[in-house]
Design a protein around this ligand. Structure first.
Ligand SMILES: [Ca+2]
Ligand SMILES: [Ca+2]
Length: 189
């Protein structure tokens, strides 16, 4: 009986997902980055029957491109429009992507999505969730998300040139000064 109920729920869930409202979402290629490094932000469409689509993305980004050969992507400030000289349906998947340097800006939010069918009629479409990129602490030498004694050892290895350098104090080198800064962070002083 339990199995039957489970099967029903799975089937119901499948039906719901098959008939879910189209969504325009965001993904990033890495959830953690060092400040100043870049991430690739992709716009992903889920749903069918869409011929053209537009959206606003915060922050505004440049250098957008699309993998779709039959549609053109045009952006101005926060807004992008993806359309083509045809009535082809945009298939589910990545429809646009851009690379951005991550510093103070770590949140990406899509809003005001508008979708058109092949006749120029509105198709309801929802915006996906806000996506956030987390920044590694400069003291998290081994990049495991925590600052502890293991990072001191890793930073020592960097100063000894055993491990690739990740400079803490910004002087361009890995030395005992960087080790001391990691130590201080571990000690909370
Ligand atoms: Ca760590
Ligand atoms: Ca240094």
């Amino acid at each position: 009986m339990i199995k039957t109920v489970k099967q029903f729920l799975v089937a119901a869930g499948l039906c719901l997902s098959l008939h879910a409202q189209p969504t325009l979402g965001i993904s990033v290629d890495q959830p953690f980055v060092d400040p100043g490094n870049t991430v690739t932000v992709s716009i992903i469409i889920a749903g069918t029957g869409i011929t053209a689509v537009q959206w606003d993305l915060t922050p505004a980004m440049t250098n957008w491109s699309t993998p779709l050969a039959n549609k053109s992507l045009t952006c101005n400030a926060n807004r992008c429009i993806l359309a083509g000289l045809n009535q082809d349906e945009i298939l589910p998947g990545v429809i646009a992507s851009a690379t951005v340097q991550v510093s103070a800006t770590t949140q990406f939010a899509l809003s005001a999505p508008v979708a058109s069918d092949k006749d120029g009629l509105s198709l309801p479409i929802a915006a996906g969730a806000i996506v956030e990129v987390a920044l590694y602490s400069p003291f998290d030498a081994n990049k495991d998300g925590a600052v502890d004694t293991a990072d001191v050892q890793t930073q020592v290895n960097m100063a000894l040139t055993i491990a690739a350098c990740r400079d803490v104090d910004g002087d361009g080198f890995c030395t005992v000064m960087d080790v001391q800064r990691v130590v201080n962070s571990v000690l909370g002083v």
